[in-house]
Design a protein around this ligand. Sequence first.
Ligand SMILES: [Zn+2]
Length: 400
Amino acid sequence: MKDNSNIKNRTGNKDLIKDINIYHCINAIRSHQLISRAEISKEIKLAQSTVTKIINPLVQSGLILEVGDGTSTGGRKPINLRFNNDYGFTISVKIEASRLIVALCNLAPAILSTTVIDFPLGIRYEDFKPLLLDAIREIDKERVYAIGITISGIVDDDSGRLVSSTLLGWSDIHLRDDLFDEFGINIYIENDVNAFAMYQFNSEFGRNHNSFICMTVGEGVGSGIVIDGKLYRGEFGGAGEIGHQILFPEGKQCYCGQKGCLEMYVNEDEVLHRIQRKIGKSVTYNQVFRENEVDKSIVDETMLEVYNYVGIAVINLIMQMNPQRIIIGVKKEVDTELLESYLRDTIHENWFYKKAKMETEICFTVLVNEKFVIGMAQIVTNEIVNNSILLGEFNSVFGD
Ligand SMILES: [Zn+2]
C-alpha cells in the first residue's frame, strides 16, 4: 500500500493557486471521456500554455493518458487526453448489521474485486475489528491510496469517528484512528445514505442536477443531501436524519428516545404489522414481497398507507430545502410505479406546487449494495484527487 505520510505540505498562495489549477485540469479531464488541451483551456479559462505546463508532467507520470488524435477542425490534429483510472486504487468498505463488504476499486471508480464476510447480529466492535482489518489486509495491491468506510449512523467527519449507530448498537468508535494505525494511509468514514447520494450524483438520476436529496426507504428511513455538487453533512454530521422527524408528538416510542418519529411509521416492520392485522396471521418480508403469499391488493393498500407518511416527509423536504430533485431508493421488490404516481399526486397538492410552481421532481431507484460501495469509492477518489493526496507525489515534478 501507498504511504502518504511523508507528503510535503503545500502552503502559501503560489502553491495554492498551482494546486487549484492542477486539480481544475485533472477534474476537467475526469469529467470527460476524452478532451484536448485546447478544450481544457477553454473550459477552465486558463491559458493553453499554462494547461500544457500542468498536463505534461502528469502525462509523463502516467496519471493522464494521451489517446490517439482528436477530431481536427483544420490545422494540426489535437491529441486527446484521458484520466488513467488504473493509476491508483482505493478500498471501499460497507458495514451492515451482519455483513461486511470490502471492495477494491479503481479511480473511475469501478469495483475490481469484492469480499463479503458475514458476522453475528449484535457483534461488539472489539470482535468485529479483527474481521475488518483481516479483510483489508487480504487485498494485495500496490498503489492503494485510501480506504473509505460507509456505515449506518452519525459520523463525525472531522475526527473520522462513528458517533453512534443504532443498527449496530455501537457508539463513539474511532474507526479512522484504528485503520490509520494499521494501514498508514488516508481513511474516510461516511454515513451510508450519504454514500448512496454520492453514487446518484453520477447516475442517470443525479447527473446534471446540482442539488438534490436522496431518500432511502427500507428497514429505516434516511436521506443524503447534495448541494452545489457537494454533500451537506451539517455541523455535527447529522444532516438528513429525516427518519427522526416527529410526525406525532404523542406517537409511538422510537428507539432514539423521541416519540412519533417518521421511521416508526415507515419501516419494513410497520408494513408487515399492518398486513398481519389485515390478514389475521403473521407473515415475513419474504412471504409478502418475494413469494407473493399475500393478495397484491392488500399489499398495495398497505404500501399506500405507509407512503402517505413518506409523502409528508417529501413535502417537508421540499419546503425546507427546495431541491431540484428527490431520488427515493427502495428495495427491488417494491412496486415503484404505484408509489411514484401516488407520491406525485400527494405532493402536487402541496403549496409550493400550486402557488409557486416550484416543481421538485421525484424519481425512484433500487437500493443495491454496489451503489453504496461505488458511492463511497467516489467520495474517496474525489478526496484524494482534490486534496493533493494524488498531487503530493508530483511536487517534485512541478518544482517551486
Ligand atoms: Zn426517532
